[in-house]
Write a protein that binds this ligand. Structure first.
Ligand SMILES: C[S@@+](CC[C@H](N)C(=O)[O-])C[C@H]1O[C@@H](n2cnc3c(N)ncnc32)[C@H](O)[C@@H]1O
Length: 271
């Protein structure tokens, strides 16, 4: 009985994150006062420069190579790939996120093909893409094994899979579950936006990649560039109404590093 919670009769291991937050009726991605704009200001700097280094180190020219961004949300990472000269397709189950992504790309004059759909059932033929990315998504999906199988299927042989996700450690529990969601004094996410048991250890992800014909080539940490006391002070300013995410986002910036205990990114090749 201990693996059941009182709020649900589903075993904890089967509970999924609350993804309704992505279905907002307004732009939650490109407005600097919204949480998800922090994907651009706080998360993109580390992951985009890492992925750009990885793709530019490949023997083939990156220009006009095809990339599918699985779980693209409002297109914050998809537009960065377009900026590298790639031919980008984005897919996400949230129709409102896709609408926001389409509108933003159109207004910015960026050509991206957007689709509504889930990572568990990608509406693309086998071996369609040179690259597939799936960032800040694997910890939200219903069935990670199905998503990785689909990513591998649509990748060309020798193609690259680029990812980032959250590790399952005491630090991610403290920061992303307790501080970010549960403790209202500091919380900046909705309850169940993340679930601890959905976080993935790097070795678990590597094993799942192998099962799907993908070989992990590198793993790097995404490290918080700020200490916990300062973070609590800043977060409190937001919950007290003195700051919006705009002020937070200039301070809470992640950087690439060796420490994978909070979040990590990496890349794998399709065998
Ligand atoms: C935190 S956002 C990340 C958005 C984007 N990848 C980025 O990093 O800027 C998580 C996204 O995962 C999407 N998502 C949730 N379940 C999914 C699934 N089964 N397949 C694909 N995407 C999913 C959500 O709709 C949401 O847009």
């Amino acid at each position: 009985m201990s693996q059941f919670t009182t709020s649900s009769l589903r075993p904890v291991s089967e509970q999924v994150t609350d993804n309704t937050v992505y279905d907002a009726d307004h732009d939650i991605w490109w407005n600097p006062d919204e949480l998800f704009f922090m994907l651009k200001t706080s998360v993109n700097p580390a992951r985009v420069s890492y992925f750009e280094r990885v793709v530019r180190a490949q023997p083939s020219n990156v220009l006009n190579r095809t990339i599918l961004d699985v779980g693209c949300g409002g297109g914050i990472l998809a537009e960065a790939f377009a900026g590298m000269g790639m031919n980008v397709t984005g897919i996400d189950p949230s129709a409102s996120a896709i609408e926001t992504g389409r509108r933003h790309a159109h207004e910015a004059g960026i050509a991206i093909d957007y689709y509504v759909g889930s990572g568990e059932r990608l509406p693309f033929a086998d071996a369609s893409f040179d690259y597939v990315s799936c960032c800040d998504v694997l910890e939200h999906v219903q069935d990670i094994d199905a998503v990785l199988a689909e990513i591998s299927r649509v990748l060309k042989p020798g193609g690259l899979f680029l990812y980032d996700t959250v590790n399952r450690t005491w630090l991610s529990w403290l920061f992303l579950i307790k501080i970010a969601q549960d403790w209202k004094r500091w919380a900046f996410m909705k309850p169940n936006q993340h679930l601890y048991h959905r976080f993935i250890k790097p070795r678990e992800l590597r094993a799942k990649l192998i099962l799907n014909g993908l070989t992990n080539r590198n793993t790097r940490g995404m490290v918080a560039n700020y200490n916990i006391l300062k973070t609590l002070y800043w977060l409190r300013k937001r919950t007290a109404g003195q700051w919006t995410f705009r002020q937070l986002s200039t301070r809470m910036v992640m950087r690439e590093g060796r420490d994978t205990s909070l979040c990590y990114m990496g890349w794998a090749t399709k065998d």
